[in-house]
Ligand binder design. Structure first.
Ligand SMILES: [Zn+2]
Length: 232
């Protein structure tokens, strides 16, 4: 392990094609020094700001220009699944696949480092996965259309509903679209709690079904007027 900047200083050589010389900071806080180091042209790291203690810890990163994430019906807006990819190079690795440019893929749990060939293989696999996803979407939509399930209008189907829909559409449909569960509770008046996708309608146990439907519609209209207003 090298603790001094001398080895870095010795690396000050003429930049090869595809490389340039960039300033880098090494050492421990209170005992740091800067040196010029070879840096691949794709690297956008600031090696002074993001200093390393040892020369062997220096590695190079490209910008993240491949990024995908998705939320869920149950976690709208959350970065629930995520993948990002960027170029990577570790000049001190004994593995030539790492000391040359590789692709680092991060699922926010683990990092995977891929050669260009492995990356192309993964890209082919993801294209096949995307086709399978489309097939599943078609199957789900066909089932929902056949069985009259909630409108398949995306992750937030309630956003496509107008105030007129809330007045005229059947209550079971609206409860499904808004993800409303009916909870019998000792409440003074009907109460709609939660956010679309996960709502609870609190009603007294002795309220008859037809009145519950009327109360549910009124509660959804009140929610609509308060949250959406005349925008839709
Ligand atoms: Zn660099």
């Amino acid at each position: 392990m090298q603790d001094t900047v001398a080895p870095a200083a010795q690396q000050v050589i003429e930049a090869k094609p595809g490389w340039h010389l960039a300033p880098a900071r090494f050492g421990k806080p209170g005992s740091q020094a800067d040196a010029l180091v070879p840096c691949p042209d794709f690297c956008d790291e600031n090696h002074v700001q993001d200093w390393t203690q040892h020369v062997v810890d220096l590695d190079h990163w490209g910008p993240t220009n491949a990024d995908w994430d998705a939320d869920s019906i149950l976690n709208p807006g959350a970065r629930l699944l995520a993948l990002s990819a960027r170029l990577y190079l570790d000049p001190n690795s004994s593995d030539p696949r790492m000391s040359g440019a590789s692709v680092r893929v991060d699922d926010e749990t683990v990092d995977a480092f891929w050669t260009p060939e492995m990356t192309e293989q993964a890209a082919d696999g993801l294209i096949a996965f995307a086709a399978q996803l489309r097939h599943l979407a078609r199957q789900a939509r066909a089932f929902n259309e056949r069985t009259g399930q909630a409108a398949d209008t995306g992750a937030r189907p309630w956003q496509s509903l107008t105030r007129n829909d809330l007045v005229s559409r059947p209550i079971p449909f609206l409860l499904k679209v808004f993800g409303v569960g009916v909870v019998e509770a000792d409440v003074e008046s009907v109460a709609l709690r939660g956010e679309p996708g996960s709502m609870e309608l609190h009603v007294l146990p002795d309220v008859p079904q037809c009145l519950r439907e009327d109360l549910a519609r009124r509660a959804l209209l009140a929610w609509f007027d308060a949250r959406v207003g005349g925008d839709v």
